[in-house]
Write a protein that binds this ligand. Structure first.
Ligand SMILES: [Cu+2]
Length: 275
């Protein structure tokens, strides 16, 4: 019976390693190639951490298997009381601390490039493409009028949409992220972008989309009963198409309902009334 439990506990880590190994082939991995420069760097960090935890996981599981397998043979009797090993405790405190210190220093460059505002390209930070306000349970988007720069406070000629964010491709851009109520998280898995929206703060997100297309935008922070439906899209398109989109949006929002119809002259209207 003891052997059964020994095999039972050995089976699960082996299964975990096998499933992880075949996951990319089964399409249970990243959602395709990262569509942004930050995405490649985040994937690299992910793989570095994956290698470290895999080595530690396999090492500790082998040690566990060894103890289980050899422990089964031992004769029954009184358990041995041990206070532990001081040297071992020092080692398994220092080694993880060293690993964590290494990871925190190694990722500093990525953090600096994509999170420290003073390092953002000037053109991008001075003219944010849009302001995105997360609220229960939708994404409200505000663009500046074509040819104008987005201001921190809403302007009369600003353009608005909901759950449909258009951005230009192939240049670094900034989105200003806000929250209208609770904490949300702006998450575009294909682009590897994730940023919390914090009430009371305007947080710039810097990214560059390399390939035009339709990307899912979801909320990655449990923000209330309708969290599951807080889904939108990011449509990345060439600069000229993006500008056309803004012009179209402007026309649509300024349309008074009759402008395209030829206005009937007063005389004609009078005649119609008389008939
Ligand atoms: Cu949310």
């Amino acid at each position: 019976m003891n052997r059964f439990w020994c095999c039972f506990f050995i089976f699960w880590p082996i299964l975990a390693v096998l499933v992880s190994w075949y996951s990319p082939d089964m399409d249970w991995w990243f959602p395709g190639e990262p569509g942004t420069p930050i995405g490649s760097q985040i994937d690299d960090l992910f793989y570095l951490i994956l290698v470290i935890v895999t080595v530690v996981f396999i090492g500790t599981q082998i040690a566990l298997c060894y103890v289980l397998w050899t422990g089964v043979k031992k004769q029954k009797g009184k358990a041995l009381f041990t206070h532990g090993s001081h040297n071992l405790e020092v080692i398994w405190t220092i080694v993880p601390s060293g690993i964590l210190m290494f990871i925190s220093l190694y990722q500093l460059d990525v953090w600096k490039n994509f999170r420290v505002q003073s390092t953002f390209p000037e053109a991008a930070i001075e003219a944010p493409v849009a302001e995105v306000t997360a609220r229960q349970f939708e994404w409200r988007i505000r663009y500046p009028a074509p040819g104008k720069v987005l201001k921190l406070t809403p302007q009369p000629d600003d353009l608005y949409t909901v759950n449909d964010l258009h951005v230009p491709t192939n240049r670094p851009i900034v989105i200003q992220l806000r929250s209208g109520d609770v904490q949300h998280s702006f998450f575009v898995p294909d682009l590897r972008i994730k940023q919390d929206a914090v009430p009371g703060q305007v947080i710039p997100i810097l990214f560059e989309v390399l390939k035009g297309g339709d990307y899912d935008l979801t909320c990655a922070e449990l923000c209330g009963w309708g969290h599951y439906k807080m889904r939108a899209r990011v449509l990345a398109q060439p600069e000229s198409e993006f500008n056309d989109y803004l012009l179209g949006l402007q026309q649509e929002q300024n349309y008074d309902g009759v402008a395209d119809e030829p206005a009937p002259s007063l005389a004609q209207q009078t005649k119609e009334v008389r008939q």
